[in-house]
Design a binder for this molecule. Structure first.
Ligand SMILES: C=CC1=C(C)c2cc3[nH]c(cc4nc(cc5[nH]c(cc1n2)c(C)c5CCC(=O)O)C(CCC(=O)O)=C4C)c(C)c3C=C
Ligand SMILES: [Fe+2]
Ligand SMILES: [Fe+2]
Length: 361
């Protein structure tokens, strides 16, 4: 059992907001990719086939081949400061803290963690507890809920809580795929891009894929992606033939959600489409899947098939409207906790009691 710090005797009582993203390797090297892929692909919410069969495939094939191949891809998008996903998530946490500081007194503690890799949920949660957070809002940064992304992140959080005697109060955000502010921020980001670069013949809305059988088992992910796509197209006043929802990042040979982004780009190229723009409304931060798979590979696929002009529209990242809606969503979810802070007097009484009991020094 972990040692119990003094604030649990009432010396501190703070609200924390924990932003959680998927995770990224520590470096763009095969050595760093191996433990990252091992952790990710050992999760039964990510790979839903019998454990022993998967164990053989993972350890016999995937962990011997994929780390090197993925490292080469990461190397192409790595920034001087590190992984784009980590850098953007860190900035989002910093900007969210600044925004919430103006709305909530005392200011909440805002941190970010990664479900896979570092900074780990275990580490950040412990740090938040030590800083006195007794109420934590866990906010997975996945607009559409999937068992393999948001579900897994919440699992990780609760596995850590399971190790604690005195757990903080916890609220979780499930999704925000149809939040009007999120749709408006996506639309504004696209309009800003078009104001500078002109408009395409076709806009591809590319979401991360998942195995098709997860839809049959009841995962709401597919429907939530479709809804985000429809609302975004409505906000942009696009006709049905001006946009298409597609799914990328297929892993393995099983059937995933269709249409596949790569296949669609190839078809549009073959049709000699003048210009295609791709935007990824399922990712709030640019990452390997957007910067390498779409902006580099997707472009190549489209142009080699005969397309003329390809544009990748960056994710929301630090967009002002996105930070504003992130802050609005956090604020809404925190409502029930606001105004319940103990008074200075209550904290003092609790502290004196803890001192008397010898629980703190
Ligand atoms: C947006 C939500 C995501 C879902 C849903 C998701 C499902 C999912 N992913 C894999 C396999 C891999 N994904 C990888 C990278 C990756 N995935 C997401 C998001 C979702 N994944 C992000 C944001 C990233 C990029 C991380 C970064 O560091 O930039 C990878 C690792 C890279 C590689 O080797 O290709 C794998 C593997 C499965 C199997 C799955 C659902 C079943
Ligand atoms: Fe993924
Ligand atoms: Fe659906």
């Amino acid at each position: 059992m972990l040692p119990e710090p003094a604030y649990q005797h009432g010396t501190l009582s703070k609200i924390g907001v924990l932003l959680i993203n998927l995770g990224t390797p520590d470096a763009p090297t095969a050595k760093a990719l191996r433990p990252y892929l091992k952790q990710f692909l050992s999760d039964p919410r990510v790979i839903e086939i019998p454990r022993w069969i998967w164990w053989l495939i993972l350890h016999g094939i995937i962990l011997n081949t994929r780390p090197r191949k993925s490292a080469e891809k990461y190397a192409q998008i790595w920034m001087p400061e590190g992984s784009p996903l980590k850098i953007h998530t860190e900035q989002q946490a910093r900007l969210l803290a600044r925004s919430l500081e103006e709305r909530i007194k005392p200011a909440p503690i805002v941190e970010f963690a990664m479900n896979i890799g570092n900074p780990s949920i275990a580490h950040v949660l412990q740090h938040m507890k030590e800083r006195g957070c007794d109420r934590i809002l866990a906010f997975p940064l996945f607009p559409q809920y999937a068992s393999s992304s948001s579900g897994s992140a919440i699992d990780s959080l609760f596995s850590e809580l399971k190790k604690m005697r005195n757990i903080p109060a916890v609220r979780t955000v499930k999704h925000f795929h149809d939040h009007p502010g999120y749709i408006a921020a996506l639309a504004q980001n696209i309009r800003d891009y078009w104001a500078e670069h002109g408009k395409p013949d076709k806009l591809i809305l590319s979401f991360h894929g998942v195995p098709r059988k997860t839809l049959d088992k009841g995962d709401p992910y597919h429907c939530e992606c479709q809804k985000t796509g429809r609302l975004l197209a409505e906000a942009l006043e696009l006709d049905a033939e001006q946009y298409q929802v597609c799914f990328q990042s297929r892993f393995g040979n099983a059937k995933w959600l269709t249409p596949y982004t790569a296949v669609t780009l190839k078809e549009l190229g073959k049709l000699k489409t003048q210009r295609v723009d791709v935007v990824c409304p399922g990712f709030v931060s640019d990452c390997l899947e957007t910067l390498e798979e779409i902006a580099i590979e997707g472009k190549k696929t489209f142009i080699e098939a005969g397309g003329q002009e390809f544009h990748f529209i960056p994710c929301l990242n630090e967009h002002h409207d996105w930070i504003k809606v992130l802050s609005d969503m956090a604020y809404t979810h925190l409502q029930g906790w606001l105004g319940s802070e103990p008074t200075e007097e209550e904290i003092e009484q609790s502290r004196n009691l803890a001192l008397e009991m010898g629980a703190i020094e």
